[in-house]
Write a protein that binds this ligand. Structure first.
Ligand SMILES: *[C@@H]1O[C@H](CO)[C@@H](O)[C@H](O)[C@H]1NC(C)=O
Ligand SMILES: *[C@@H]1O[C@H](CO)[C@@H](O)[C@H](O)[C@H]1NC(C)=O
Ligand SMILES: *[C@@H]1O[C@H](CO)[C@@H](O)[C@H](O)[C@H]1NC(C)=O
Ligand SMILES: *[C@@H]1O[C@H](CO)[C@@H](O)[C@H](O)[C@H]1NC(C)=O
Ligand SMILES: *[C@@H]1O[C@H](CO)[C@@H](O)[C@H](O)[C@H]1NC(C)=O
Length: 895
């Protein structure tokens, strides 16, 4: 890097020096100032120039400069037509090449250039002195000498120290660097000598006799001939044989042994000799071909004439038009040949087949935009014109033809008819707004892609111009790509709504067949791009996918999930365990529902009397749990399930809590005073589920015969019927005894009973007072004690124990957010009797109404309920109903 920088600096420095030195310096430096060359050969004059500033606008070589005018450009001099080649890059070398030099070309050549600056013209002096010389054999001394000296003479000293070649009688004799032949030669009348310069053997000197003029020799009329292909040439020479000659013929020098051309099969019918001794003896070749280009020599027998003496070189050339860019907007057409045509021909130009009259030069200038076709010819040989030059006529093709399928190999070919041949092809693709360019006459897509679809054209360019082909549309076909299914609407799908599935796929040609599938299901009917559900149902939930197909392939999409949401369906309640529900057992109600999304809120309702729905429980789970189910739970229930979409409601389910008889009691009829001999009916009542199906009656703890009905009749009540009555109620779940009822006919009481009656009255008054007091207290504390008592009874399924709620406490339609159970019978014992627990006073009584005697027919009785704390503390009056919590006594007074 540092080195490079240093280098750059150095270059800049040198350049600056050059600029400084070059200021106001005009110069033309010639490579050589003096040149001596052989006639017929080629010379190259060269120079380099320097000038202070500006741009060189024109340069040329000249030899003559008249006064007051610009010197004449050699290129314009007809003397040099076809023999000049000028290569100048306007800055460095300016080389002038002159071919087929003539002695008349000897002159001083100068270079002149003109810049765009005012007065910016300069001529390089003194120029190059060119001397053109022919070779000549000088024989000295000329007179009467036995031995003579031969010298190969020139009019100037040949440049580059040439080697001289000597020929004797047409045969190569010797070579030397001196122009003088090494030995004196004997003077006779037979031998001829000729010299040449090595490398320019064809420019040999004429053969001269050493003595006299009758030596054997051949003099070719022309050393070089350049003619058009297809034309006819005459190659001639004059020859002298020392004696009479025989067997004269022409041959090609490239044949190993001289062979008469007339016998050469390659020339059959095309060669003819004319002329005689001292001729010209002429070889005529007709219908010239390029392969006829060769050196032709003449030979003759008798006095032997050698074969190494160079003859006439024939060059056969075609005409060709060369196109070169010229000054701005111009092109120069040059009618070129591979050799310089002999006889300074006149050129003819044709435009579109029409003779262009205004020129005879080998050069013709046309506009760059010129779209015509041109060719040239040489006057006298109109039939041997050059091929025409024209700008390309371009067309585009695609292979293989027919449909282009992705992945295949496709070749675009730009064909062009053009002369000169196309030197540049450019492909363009119309790609949106821009163009992509590719080069080469062919553009190959090894594996064509769909992205290569587009419009293409090509441009072919030769020196004559550029032509654009028509636009070709390339349509790459391909099977479906990136098939996908979309669902509309995109959000949640609710049952009964309208849903459209759309199958999208990129394909060319477009997909012509769609197939719809549901995972784990049969393929669906419908071959459209869309698959419609007018009213979607929950059964339509699932994974859907589609297959897109065109003639080039098919592709299955990945599946999309269609999740149809719907409100709870077939909501139902189930009871567990199944079968009969027994009080105090654990029972679970389950609300089942089919819903999507799943139910997240359950509400339970219990039909409760006339108010409907009266009681509500809400649970987060589907379960309503009764841990110790009470008979009060009995009723009709249903549940409601809510999943955010709809509410599903179950049918009613009947919950029937079975329990054994309870609160069995005996009532007596008539209710009035029992008169001896009258009919008395005892009725046994009991709360039971299922209802009581069997009653057993007891009198004094003894079962009655026939006492199995709900009612027991004593048709004629006698004193022997006095005593304790109770009944036992049965259902399938068990039995319960009633409190004992004592029935005693009036007038049969003992004094003990009377005394007892007095005590009972006192106690009764006390009880009443106490009861009143307790009632007020109870009122104050009932809610807390209630709650405590029942709190264990119910709990919701997914929650811990919740407060129990009694049906009385809950107003109709009251709602609690947790699982709940109602016990409507929970109060009956505890409320009434809890306050008596500490009171160990046995309570029993025979109530005696002190009625006047006249009311003796009235029987009065009363029932007193009381708690029996324990059997041990219980007085005898309560013995009859030990199993029960209370004993009912009745005292019937008879005045
Ligand atoms: C589905 O519905 C869309 C829009 O309502 C309609 O354009 C399309 O044709 C329908 N497709 C079929 C298969 O019925
Ligand atoms: C009912 O009373 C009778 C007679 O005293 C007795 O035998 C029976 O066991 C009692 N039943 C119940 C359930 O207490
Ligand atoms: C008991 O007596 C009442 C009324 O006297 C009567 O209606 C009933 O049928 C009788 N029952 C039986 C079981 O005798
Ligand atoms: C027991 O039955 C009687 C009569 O049917 C009724 O008056 C009483 O309220 C009942 N007791 C309970 C606790 O149900
Ligand atoms: C009936 O039996 C119970 C206990 O079995 C007893 O307490 C009661 O005194 C008996 N009644 C009669 C009248 O015998």
């Amino acid at each position: 890097m540092a080195l490079r920088t240093a280098g750059s600096v150095l270059v800049v420095f040198l350049w600056s020096v050059a600029v400084v030195l070059g200021q106001n310096v005009w110069s033309v430096t010639y490579t050589t100032q003096s040149i001596c060359v052989l006639e017929g050969s080629t010379v190259e004059l060269s120079c380099s120039i320097r000038y202070p500033s500006g741009t060189v606008t024109s340069t040329y070589w000249f030899t003559k400069w008249g006064t007051g005018v610009e010197p004449e450009d050699l290129g314009q001099n007809p003397e040099y037509a076809g023999r000049l080649e000028y290569h100048g890059d306007k800055k460095n070398g300016h080389n002038l090449r002159i071919t087929d030099l003539r002695e008349s070309d000897s002159a001083t050549y100068k270079f002149r250039f003109i810049t765009d600056q005012t007065g910016g013209k300069y001529t390089g002096d003194p120029g190059v002195t060119l001397s053109v010389t022919a070779l000549q054999v000088k024989v000295t001394p000329q007179q009467f000498s036995v031995y003579k000296t031969l010298t190969c003479s020139t009019t100037c000293t040949l440049t580059d120290n040439p080697t001289y070649i000597w020929y004797k009688n047409g045969q190569h004799l010797d070579e030397s660097t001196s122009p003088q032949y090494k030995d004196p030669v004997s003077s006779n009348y037979e031998d001829s000598y000729s010299c040449a310069v090595k490398g320019h053997e064809d420019l040999h000197s004429p053969a001269v006799c050493v003595q006299g003029q009758s030596c054997s020799r051949v003099t070719y009329t022309k050393r070089r001939i350049c003619v058009l292909k297809g034309s006819t040439v005459d190659i001639s020479c004059a020859y002298v044989g020392y004696y009479s000659t025989t067997s004269t013929f022409w041959f090609r020098s490239d044949k190993s042994t001289p062979e008469d051309l007339t016998r050469d099969p390659g020339y059959t019918g095309r060669v003819k000799y004319t002329g005689t001794y001292r001729g010209p003896f002429t070889l005529r070749i007709t219908d010239l071909r390029e392969e006829d280009s060769a050196e032709y020599r003449f030979t003759f027998k008798t006095k032997k004439w050698g074969h190494s003496f160079p003859g006439t070189t024939l060059s056969v050339t075609g005409l060709q038009v060369k196109v070169t860019p010229a000054a701005e907007g111009q092109k120069t057409l040059t009618c070129i040949t591979t050799c310089t045509l002999t006889d300074n021909p006149t050129y003819i130009w044709y435009r579109n087949g029409q003779n262009v009259q205004d020129t005879s030069s080998p050069m013709y200038s046309i506009s760059s935009e010129d779209a015509d076709s041109y060719y040239c010819a040489v006057k006298g040989h109109d039939g041997l014109s050059s091929p025409a030059v024209y700008k390309p006529k371009t067309s585009v093709s695609v292979s293989p033809s027919g449909e282009i399928v992705e992945g295949s190999s496709v070749t675009l070919t730009c064909s062009s008819d053009a002369n000169p041949p196309v030197d540049k092809y450019t492909w363009y693709k119309k790609n949106g707004g821009g163009y992509q360019s590719m080069t080469g006459p062919q553009h190959v897509f090894n594996q064509i892609q769909s992205s290569d679809t587009g419009e293409y054209y090509c441009e072919a360019q030769n020196e004559m111009g550029t032509d654009r082909s028509r636009t070709m549309n390339m349509d790459v076909k391909y099977g479906p790509k990136s098939t996908s299914v979309s669902v509309s609407p995109s959000g949640g799908i609710v049952e009964d709504s309208s849903v459209t599935l759309t199958c999208s796929s990129d394909a060319n040609p477009p997909v012509d067949k769609y197939t719809w599938y549901k995972k784990n299901g049969a393929s669906l009917t419908g071959s459209e791009k869309t698959y419609n559900f007018t009213t979607i149902s929950s059964e339509d939930s699932g994974e859907y996918y589609c297959e897109a197909e065109n003639k080039y392939g098919r592709l299955i999409s990945s599946s999309v999930s269609v999740d149809v949401q719907y409100g709870p369906k077939s909501t139902s309640v189930s009871v567990s365990p199944s079968g009969e529900i027994v009080e105090d057992s654990s029972v679970t109600l389950t609300c089942s529902s089919d819903a999507n999304p799943p139910v997240d809120k359950y509400t339970w309702y219990k039909k409760n009397g006339v108010y409907y729905p009266s009681t509500t429980y809400m649970t987060t789970g589907p379960h309503l749990v009764f841990n110790h189910i009470k008979s009060s739970v009995t009723g009709e229930y249903y549940c409601e399930a809510w999943n955010g979409i709809k509410t599903g409601r179950s049918e009613y389910i009947n919950i029937n809590v079975r329990y054994k008889p309870k609160n069995t009691s005996v009532s007596v009829s008539p209710s009035g005073e029992i008169v001896e001999g009258s009919s008395v009916t005892l009725t046994c009542s009991s709360d039971a589920n299922p209802p009581v199906d069997k009653y057993i009656w007891y009198f004094q703890n003894k079962t009655f015969l026939n006492g199995f009905g709900q009612m027991y009749n004593i048709s004629k009540f006698k004193s022997k019927d006095n005593g304790h009555y109770h009944c036992e109620a049965w259902n399938g779940r068990g039995s319960r005894n009633s409190t004992a009822l004592m029935i005693i006919l009036p007038g049969k009481q003992t004094s003990v009973l009377n005394a007892a009656a007095g005590i009972i009255v006192v106690v009764l008054v006390l009880i009443l007072c106490l009861s009143g007091f307790m009632w007020f207290r109870k009122k104050a504390s009932i809610s807390t004690s209630d709650t405590r008592d029942i709190s264990e009874n119910v709990q919701g399924d997914s929650s811990p124990v919740y407060e129990n709620v009694s049906s009385m406490a809950m107003a109709p339609t009251a709602t609690k957010t947790a699982a709940t159970v109602i016990q409507d019978d929970v109060h009956y014992a505890s409320v009434h009797f809890s306050r008596f627990k500490n009171q160990e006073v046995p309570l029993y009584s025979t109530v005696q109404l002190h009625q006047p005697q006249k009311q003796d027919e009235d029987v009065q009785y009363d029932a007193v309920k009381f708690n029996l704390p324990s059997a041990a503390n219980r007085p005898t009056a309560a013995q009859a109903a030990e199993e029960d919590s209370s004993v009912l006594y009745s005292t019937v007074n008879k005045p």
